[in-house]
Design a protein. Structure first.
Length: 323
């Protein structure tokens, strides 16, 4: 059937009208508030309780301790509180026990972090190579990291027990006398360091393993084709490319080492004598044993200053070398 031209135009218009999607209204609907304003208001209402809790448990104690650091503030003498300026800081810097704790903390942090970096890098190299059962072994590595430091300290305390401890029992099986690990000042320092190394070496290993796996395979294949041995690949390829990862790991572990408390408190509480007296244990002694909150607050801020100075110097050296 032959359709006239006018009929064809009408038919095309009808088909076009049916196929065209409905156009949006030129003027949007305006009510009591736009959708974005409602979302912003809901977000504010939901996050406000969290911010209030964070302010109460972090910001308020932070400023409260900062104020008390410049006051003579002993808990059983509240009426004697008065402003003393930097006297609390000066007394702690002149105190022999605090100086010993500072020295012990630095040595403890340097040795423990160094051992963790060496062992963690070796484990990362091991797991980066084709290894049968690498998946289950990586899962086992996570277990120490997930454990509470208090639990780790209690476990190692039982292991160090001279009567029922597995370490002394193993030494006796091979004919060696089991020493008193936590009672001998010459051994206690190393005894409290071992749990920290055991718990955090897997963390270092997993982070470095992720860094090794991020290196392009072409670089490693080219090194193998050039005949480079493993020690040369470590020196000229792995370590230079892992500097950003190593920087993060060292910062995290050093800052964590400077404030180590749980394991040492569970094992020795700073003893015997001052063999394991760290700055965190010294702060706990001054604040919760002597109840001198003013000097304890000053000592806490000395730890913060020490951590900040280390982070600033370390990062500046890394950036200067990379530039």
């Amino acid at each position: 059937m032959d359709i006239p031209p006018r009929g064809r135009q009408r038919l095309w218009r009808r088909r076009a009208a049916r196929s065209d999607p409905p156009r949006a209204c030129a003027t949007p609907f305006t009510g009591s508030g736009t959708h974005e304003q409602e979302e912003r208001r809901s977000f504010t209402l939901l996050i406000t309780p969290t911010l209030v809790v964070l302010l109460l448990i972090t910001v308020f104690p932070l400023f409260f301790s900062l104020v008390k650091a410049f006051h003579f503030y002993v808990l059983f003498k509240p009426q004697a509180e008065h402003f003393v300026g930097f006297s609390n800081f000066q007394q702690q810097l002149d105190d022999e026990t605090t100086i010993t704790a500072f020295r012990t903390t630095v040595v403890y942090t340097v040795i423990s972090v160094g051992v963790e970096l060496i062992l963690g890098f070796l484990l990362a190299l091991l797991f980066s190579s084709p290894l049968y059962g690498a998946g289950p072994l990586r899962t086992l590595l996570i277990i120490p990291i997930l454990m509470s430091p208090i639990v780790v300290g209690l476990e190692w305390r039982f292991m160090y027990n001279p009567e029922i401890g597995i370490i002394d029992q193993a030494l006796q099986l091979i004919g060696l006398p089991g020493p008193h690990w936590l009672e001998d000042p010459r051994l206690a320092f190393w005894a409290v360091m071992a749990p920290d190394v055991w718990q955090w070496t897997p963390f270092v290993a997993l982070v470095l393993l992720a860094g090794l796996q991020s290196i392009a395979p072409e670089i490693q294949e080219a090194a193998v084709l050039d005949g480079l041995r493993l020690r040369h690949m470590v020196r000229y390829i792995y370590l230079p490319l892992l500097i950003p990862v190593l920087t993060v790991v060292v910062l995290l572990r050093v800052i964590d080492g400077l404030r180590t408390f749980d394991v040492v408190y569970t094992l020795t509480q700073g003893g015997p004598g001052l063999a394991t007296m760290l700055l965190s244990i010294r702060t706990w002694t001054v604040g919760l044993i002597n109840l001198n909150f003013g000097q304890a607050s000053a000592l806490s801020y000395l730890i913060v200053i020490l951590s900040s100075v280390f982070a600033t110097v370390f990062l500046s050296l890394i950036y200067r070398r990379s530039a």
